[in-house]
Structures are given as structure tokens and as C-alpha cells.
Design a protein around this ligand. Structure first.
Ligand SMILES: Nc1ncnc2c1ncn2[C@@H]1O[C@H](COP(=O)(O)OP(=O)(O)OP(=O)(O)O)[C@@H](O)[C@H]1O
Length: 858
């Protein structure tokens, strides 16, 4: 069988890279309804869906119906197998033919996308079925493991069999790694349960090629790409490190790929499933109000099939550039199976916190996908050249090469017919309908250009060497012939030398010559073989000799291993100590931080208290200053008042002195004329009211006064009065004299000589001894100008009036005696009818005016 394949005439490589324009094919799958009486969607025929919007079902709209047409509609009764056969089987065929294809599921959360893509062990979805079919198809056409090796630039290179074997060896016996690998979770449901394999096969596999299958699994979570197959590295101190995000790049053929994404070569479906479920265990899912296990990320599972032409033996892949193979002879086809996370309305999913952020990222990515499709459609339909925002999200960036026209795109729209999801379903349907209008320019399978492997072939071309040694014909033309030349060729075939006659010497001679050549060739071959054997023997001897050192080397290796183990143990101990120390350090640091925090708080309290104190101090200082200023002002006012009072008293004293002098003078005059029978009492102290003089600085006391004459005194009094009146004129508001609570009376200047008795309004009864008996008497409570012409009426502070008289009455009290009628001594000045005739000169100013009482009246 294998030898037969090697003899198969080499096929001309038919990958020409021609392109076909195809629309995006959209299929619709309706999930079985929970409540069949409450649905908003139903299939109509094989390829139509009717969406019924009930009244108030969506944005208070009127009841309406929409009809959407798709490539095919799968109703509730459709099985996973039905969907796979229609949607995915052609894509597997394309994959094996070396074409790129993209299949994604789209829909609202909980509509059955993951179910359609992955399914359950007993009812498998698209992804496991695709793998089954791939391996069913290429089963006997697989290349040896590690012959194709990813070159980290989205391409592959062919490795020599020796390299592949070395890698396989390493794979079988892995070196013990110091770094523990990703912790294994429980075996997934699929691996625990026996699964039902899909038995289908597709056409298109060729005997001239050997195939290898590579799978990779990534997720786009919160708009970042993560490799689900990447081993998590661990640190002895911090534990497992966080997963690194991956970048999206473009390869030389403008195909988008994930840089440094782990690609695993799988040789059978079981290996592939192991990889899938390793990734699925890492995939982010969470429970939401609408789905028990809702995908929180968009997952992309890539199946890549690499195919290279077989060599002459029919067992190995030909090496580029060495076996006369053209550079573009390796073909890579890719099938991307994408399970999108569902669009979500937070009102319905009731997501909170991290899930809310995830939902927002999911919705943003889906929105970007819709935008890209929409703009692409517009550009294609109306010839516009709007920029398609592929880079707005990682998912569309990854899809760019498909959408730009490198492959086939199929979409399965999953819908939940429940009436309460009518709003979201309407959006999904609209998007699905628009997507069908986008066309993709599909390039037929083409071979990938790969550079020559860096190692090339490890072993020299023994055949060539042998031929050159034996002198065989080894020109390139002979190598390129379809009939292989045997290695131990002893020359051309025997010619037809049939001996027809015993005397036919010429034939015998010819035969002799041929046999001689053959013998010679044989001899040379034997020599070469012997030489090779000798070489080989010497090589063996050399190896044996080297092997003799092996025990020593083994011992050394053993010692080194032991040392290594001890070192590892030490290292572990040190790490343990380090961990403890770090924990202590963390505790100390946290304590330190809390102490610092406390210190800061206390410092801030002290600062606040100090500020408050300063504020209080400054307030008090300000208040003290204000008080001091007030006090100074009061002191100044007090001094001013004191000075005023003193001036006033001095003035009063001076006036009193004047009056006293006047009185003394008068008494001395009268004593010189008559000796009084009664010792006159000292003159009653008259109260005077003057307007205070304006404030001036205090002056020293005047010189001792000379005795004044009556006339001089009167003049001075008169002058004083004038001064006071003039000063009162100067001062616009003289203070009113203090109220005199005593009873007053005055004599009218009229001819009737009526006495006016001034009574206070509160009728204060004085009960004085000196109540004269007046014949004509009138009592008034308020003086008016017309009552008297002898003085001026001035208002008092209490609202009453004060009379300032022009005349002064001198009152003397005689001794009441012992019941005798008192006779007043004859007075020079009290002449009848001429009483107080000299009042003008005797006194100009008095407060109380009393008519000089007659002795008889006292
Ligand atoms: N056609 C179907 N037949 C039977 N069960 C289904 C079908 N479609 C979906 N389901 C069930 O509905 C539930 C939700 O489906 P699934 O997880 O596939 O939704 P989803 O669209 O992937 O949601 P999300 O976007 O949140 O990940 C699952 O329990 C699944 O088994």
C-alpha cells in the first residue's frame, strides 16, 4: 500500500489562487420554547421566519409581523446532526481543500449558541463533529507528528524526520520541570462520559499529500485576547501568575493571527477533545438570571490542516527546495469556529459588578461587529469607501481577513422564540438579514510559501554519495525520472544475446565484455561496501571507545543529579524561608503603615489644635486691643468730663465766692450800720446753671483773687452771664440744666404783682417752713414766656422748664423766736416800694426767685 502510494504519478499542484465572490450565508436556529403558547417567532417553510410583535410587546408598538429569509431555517425539531450536516460539513470539505472558513453563532444570551457550537456528549454540536469528520477523512493520510512545525508567523515549516523523531522522543519522556504546570481541574463532562462519534467523511483528501491537524483555542474577554491552552506559570512566592494577553498580527499573506498563541498538533479526535476541554475549563462562564452557564467571553476555536506533498517513498513529506519541490507546496487551511457571547440587557440579566462590566464589553464588541458589517455592506452596495472600524474591537480585528475576503463566512443565528424576548430578537433578526447582503471574495485554496527549514535535511544524500563512489550515473535528469533507479546498479540491462550458433563468437565476445564490466562494477561495489564497512567499523570502534567512558560519565551525571536534588531541596527550603520572611515583612509593613496612619492622624489633630489655639490667641489679642482702645477712649472721655466738671466747679466756686464776697460786703456794711439781733446764717448756696465752656486743656489755678467791690463783682457777674450767653450762642445745643425738684415760685412782672407758683406735675409736696402767704397767687405747672418778663424759660432734661431770672432774691431766715412776732430789722436795702431796685447791679443771675419776705410773713 505504502509502496504503491510512492509510485503514484506526481500530481501537478492545482492551487492557482483564483477567487470566487460569495455572500455571507446565514442560517437560523430556533430554540425549543419553554411555553409554546407564548412565542413570538415561528418558521415558515424551509428558509423563512415570521416574527410577530404583539401589541405593547415592544416599545408600545402596534402588533406587527415581519418575515425574514435565510439560507435555511432550523425549527425546534431540528437535531444537532441536521445542523452540522447542512452548515458545517461543507466547511470541513473546504478546510481539507486548504481554504479558510469562518463559522460563528450569534444571538441573545441563552438562545442556544453554545449548545449549537459545542452541544452535549450525547448530542454533540458543530465543533466536536467537525473534528470527528476531519479525522475520519484524513485518517490514513496523516504525516508523522512534528514534521510540520509552526514557525511563529502563522506559517509552518517542514522538519526532517530525525528532528521530528527527537521531538517526539522528548514528548514521550518529558524532562521534569521545575515550574509546575497549570493545575488540572476535574475532568470535564465530555471526557467523563462516553461520547458518540460522528461517522461522516468528506471528499477531497488526496494520496499525494500528507496532512497534520493543529488546534488552538482563544477567548476574547473584556476586549483582550487570552490563550486558553497556554500553561499558567507559577512562582514559588506569588503562586500562579496572571494570564498574559495576546496581540493580533497580520502575516505575509494578510491573514490575521494571534501572535505567540499555542498551537497543538493532534493526531486523533481524543487528543483534540483533550485540548478542547482543557480550554473550556479555562473559559469564563458565569451564572446569570437568564442562563445557568452564560459565556462571558467570545471563544474562537481554530482547526488548521497543513498538507504537504509526499516524497518518493510515499511515507514522508517532501522537503522544500531539496526534493525538487516548489516553494509554495505546503497548503494550510483554517476553520475558525466562534461562539460569541450573547447580547445582554442588564435589566433582564440583573448583572452586577464584574458581570456588568463583562456585559458592557460583550455588547460593545457585538456593536462593533454590527457596525463593521453595516459599513462593509454600504461600501459594497453603494460604492462608498467608508473605513470599516475593524480595530475597534479585538474580535472584528481578528475577523478582518475573513471579512476583507479571504475565506467563506457562515453564521448561525440562534433565537429564543419566547415572547418576552421579542425586542432583542427583532434586533438580532435585523442584523442577520443585513449580514446576508455582505459579499466575500473567496480565494480558492493556495499553497503557503514557506522558507526552507533552517535545519534542512540532517543526513547527507547517501544515494548520491554512493553513486559518485561507485561511478553510477547520478545526473539530476536520471533522478527526476519517474522510474526510480536502483541503488546498486551494475549497469544497463543485458542486451539480447541469444546464442543461435556454436560458432557465434561475436555474441560470446560481447557477453564477455558485458560480464567483464559487470564484474568490474561488482568489484568496485564490493570494495566500496568493504570500505564503508571499514569506515563503519572504525566508527563503531570510536563509539565503543567513547562508550567506555560512559560509566565515568554516568557516575558524574549521577553525582550531578544528586547535587542538583540537594540544591533543589535547599532551594525549596530557602524559598520556604523566603516566603515566611516575606509574610513577616508584609505583616511588619502593614503594621508600619497603620502606625504611620495613626501618626499622621495625631499630627493632623495636633496641627488642628495648634491652629485653633493660634486663632484664639489672635482673637483675644484683637479683643484686648479693642478693649484697650475702648478703655483709652473712655479714660480720655472721663478725663475730659472730669476736666469739664472741675472747670464747672471752679467756675461755680468763683461765682459763689463772688456772691459770698458780695454778701459779706453787704453784711459788713450792714453790721457797720446796725448790729444784727440775729446772727445771720451763711448765705444760701445758690445753684447756678451755666453752659459748660468748650473743652480746653487744664490750666494752672489763677492767682489769689483780690477782694472785689460790689460793683466789680456785679460787673464780673454780668460779664460772666454775657460770656455764658455768648458761649451758649456759640454752642448750638447747650445741655439743659438739671431739673430742680423743689417748689418754685416767681413774681409776675405785671402791675398786678401776681405770684406764680411753679408746681411740678407730680404735685410734689415739699411741706417747707418757708411757705409764704401770698395774696395773689397762681399755680402753674408749666411756665411760659408771658408769665414773666424777668427771665428766660429754658426746657429741662426731664421735659419741664427752668426759668433763668434776670433778678435774684436774697432770702434770709430770721430766728423764729419763741412765739414772738418777729420783726425784721430795718434794712438799708429794703426800702418800701424800692425793694430790689438795685437788682441789676446786685445780681444778674439766680435760679430761684423769692420775693424778699417781709419779717411779718416769716
Ligand atoms: N436547541 C436546543 N435544544 C435543547 N436545549 C437547548 C437548545 N438551545 C439551547 N438549549 C439549552 O438552553 C440553555 C442555554 O443555552 P446556551 O448556553 O447554549 O445559550 P447561549 O446562547 O450560549 O448563552 P450565552 O450567550 O449566555 O452563553 C442550555 O441549557 C441549553 O442546553
Amino acid at each position: 500500500m505504502k509502496g504503491q502510494r510512492g509510485k503514484t504519478p506526481r500530481k501537478k499542484f492545482a492551487f492557482t489562487g483564483t477567487s470566487v465572490i460569495e455572500p455571507v450565508e446565514v442560517y437560523c436556529r430556533i430554540k425549543p420554547a419553554d411555553d409554546s403558547n407564548n412565542v413570538c417567532l415561528k418558521s415558515v417553510g424551509d428558509n423563512q421566519v415570521q416574527l410577530m410583535i404583539p401589541a405593547d410587546g415592544y416599545r408600545n408598538a402596534q402588533p406587527r409581523e415581519f418575515l425574514y429569509t435565510f439560507q435555511q431555517v432550523f425549527d425546534e425539531t431540528s437535531t444537532q446532526k441536521d445542523i452540522f450536516d447542512v452548515v458545517s460539513l461543507p466547511l470541513v470539505e473546504d478546510l481539507i481543500a486548504g481554504r479558510n472558513t469562518l463559522l460563528f453563532t450569534y444571538g441573545v444570551t441563552g438562545s442556544g449558541k453554545t449548545y449549537t457550537m459545542t452541544g452535549t456528549p450525547v448530542d454533540q454540536g458543530i465543533l466536536p463533529r467537525c473534528l470527528d469528520v476531519v479525522f475520519n477523512t484524513i485518517e490514513h493520510h496523516q504525516a508523522k507528528k512534528y514534521v510540520f512545525e509552526p514557525n511563529n508567523q502563522n506559517g509552518f515549516r517542514v522538519q526532517s524526520e530525525a528532528d521530528a523523531m527527537a521531538k517526539l522522543q522528548a514528548d514521550i519522556m518529558p524532562c521534569p520541570s521545575v515550574v509546575p504546570k497549570t493545575p488540572k481541574k476535574d475532568k470535564c463532562e465530555f471526557l467523563k462520559n462516553p461520547r458518540l462519534r460522528d461517522k461522516s467523511k468528506v471528499e477531497g483528501v488526496s494520496n499525494q499529500f500528507l496532512y497534520s491537524v493543529f488546534v488552538s483555542y482563544v477567548e476574547v474577554y473584556n476586549n483582550a485576547v487570552y490563550d486558553l491552552l497556554e500553561e499558567l506559570t507559577s512562582d514559588p512566592i506569588i503562586g500562579y501568575k496572571a494570564q498574559q494577553t495576546k496581540t493580533i498580527r497580520e502575516d505575509s499573506s494578510k491573514m490575521m493571527y494571534i501572535h505567540e498563541c499555542k498551537e497543538v498538533e493532534v493526531k486523533n479526535p481524543d487528543e483534540a477533545f483533550h485540548v478542547i476541554y482543557q480550554g473550556q475549563n479555562r473559559r469564563r462562564v458565569a451564572r446569570t438570571a437568564l442562563n445557568e452557564s452564560s459565556s462571558r467571553s467570545h471563544s474562537v476555536f481554530n482547526i488548521r490542516i497543513v498538507q504537504g506533498p509526499v516524497d518518493q517513498s510515499g511515507e514522508e513529506v517532501m522537503h522544500v527546495g531539496i526534493d525538487g519541490v516548489e516553494a509554495n507546496s505546503i497548503c494550510v487551511g483554517q476553520l475558525s469556529l466562534v461562539d460569541l457571547a450573547g447580547s445582554e440587557r442588564t435589566v433582564r440579566t440583573k448583572n452586577m459588578g464584574e458581570q456588568l462590566r463583562e456585559a458592557s464589553n460583550i455588547n460593545n464588541t457585538l456593536m462593533t461587529l454590527r457596525n463593521c458589517i453595516d459599513i462593509l455592506r454600504e461600501n459594497q452596495k453603494f460604492g462608498s469607501s467608508r473605513i470599516v472600524p475593524y480595530r475597534d474591537s479585538k474580535l472584528t480585528h481578528l475577523f478582518k481577513s475573513y471579512l476583507e475576503g479571504d475565506g467563506k463566512i457562515r453564521m448561525v443565528v440562534c433565537v429564543n422564540p419566547a415572547a418576552n424576548e421579542v425586542g432583542e430578537t427583532l434586533h438580532v433578526m435585523k442584523f442577520a438579514e443585513i449580514t446576508q447582503e455582505v459579499t466575500i471574495q473567496r480565494i480558492e485554496g493556495r499553497f503557503q510559501e514557506v522558507p526552507e527549514t533552517p535545519n534542512g535535511r540532517l543526513y547527507p544524500n547517501l544515494e548520491e554519495e554512493f553513486r559518485s563512489d561507485t561511478g553510477s550515473d547520478c545526473t539530476s535528469s536520471s533522478r527526476s525520472t519517474t522510474v526510480p533507479v536502483p541503488l546498486y546498479d551494475l549497469g544497463p540491462q543485458f542486451p539480447n544475446m541469444e546464442l543461435v550458433h556454436p560458432s557465434d563468437d561475436s555474441t560470446l565476445k560481447e557477453l564477455h565484455r558485458f560480464l567483464g564490466i559487470r564484474l568490474e562494477k561488482r568489484q568496485r561495489c564490493v570494495e566500496v561496501a568493504r570500505q564503508k564497512c571499514d569506515d563503519f567499523r572504525s566508527l563503531l570502534l570510536k563509539v565503543e571507545k567513547e562508550n567506555s567512558y560512559l560509566p565515568v560519565l554516568e557516575k558524574e551525571v549521577f553525582n550531578l543529579r544528586r547535587e542538583n536534588t540537594n540544591l533543589k531541596q535547599d532551594n525549596l527550603n530557602i524559598n520556604k524561608e523566603l516566603k515566611e520572611l516575606q509574610q513577616e515583612l508584609r505583616a511588619i509593613n502593614s503594621k508600619l503603615r497603620s502606625s504611620e496612619r495613626q501618626l499622621q492622624e495625631k499630627n493632623s489633630l495636633i496641627r488642628e489644635a495648634r491652629d485653633e489655639k493660634c486663632q484664639l490667641k489672635s482673637d483675644y489679642e484683637t479683643r484686648i486691643q479693642q478693649n484697650e482702645q475702648k478703655f483709652r477712649q473712655q479714660e480720655y472721655d472721663r478725663q475730659k468730663l472730669e476736666y469739664k466738671c472741675r472747670t464747672y466747679l471752679q467756675e461755680k466756686d468763683r461765682k459763689l465766692n463772688i456772691l459770698k464776697n458780695l454778701v459779706n460786703e453787704h453784711s459788713s456794711e450792714s453790721s457797720t450800720s446796725t448790729t444784727p439781733s440775729v446772727t445771720p446764717k451763711p448765705a444760701r448756696k445758690l445753684r447756678t446753671f451755666t453752659t459748660p465752656a468748650p473743652y480746653t486743656a487744664p490750666r494752672p489755678d489763677p492767682a489769689p483773687r483780690k477782694p472785689v467791690t460790689r460793683l466789680a463783682a456785679a460787673r464780673s457777674l454780668h460779664n460772666l452771664d454775657q460770656v455764658s450767653s455768648s458761649s451758649s450762642k456759640k454752642d448750638p445745643a447747650p445741655p439743659p440744666p438739671p431739673p430742680n425738684p423743689r417748689h418754685r415760685r416767681s413774681k409776675s412782672s405785671s402791675a398786678a404783682e401776681t405770684w406764680l407758683e411753679h408746681k411740678s406735675q407730680d404735685h410734689e409736696e415739699l411741706g417747707t417752713l418757708f411757705q409764704p402767704k401770698l395774696k395773689k397767687k397762681r399755680s402753674v405747672t408749666k411756665l411760659t414766656e408771658k408769665d414773666t418778663k424777668e427771665g428766660n424759660v429754658l426746657p429741662t432734661a426731664t421735659g419741664g422748664c427752668t426759668m433763668v431770672f434776670n433778678e435774684v432774691e436774697m432770702v434770709r431766715r430770721g430766728n423764729p423766736g419763741n412765739g414772738k412776732k418777729r420783726h425784721s430789722p430795718p434794712n438799708q436795702h429794703t426800702r418800701p416800694g424800692s425793694d430790689w431796685t438795685d437788682t441789676d447791679v446786685r445780681c444778674g443771675y439766680a435760679i430761684d426767685g423769692h420775693k424778699r419776705p417781709k419779717p411779718s410773713q416769716i
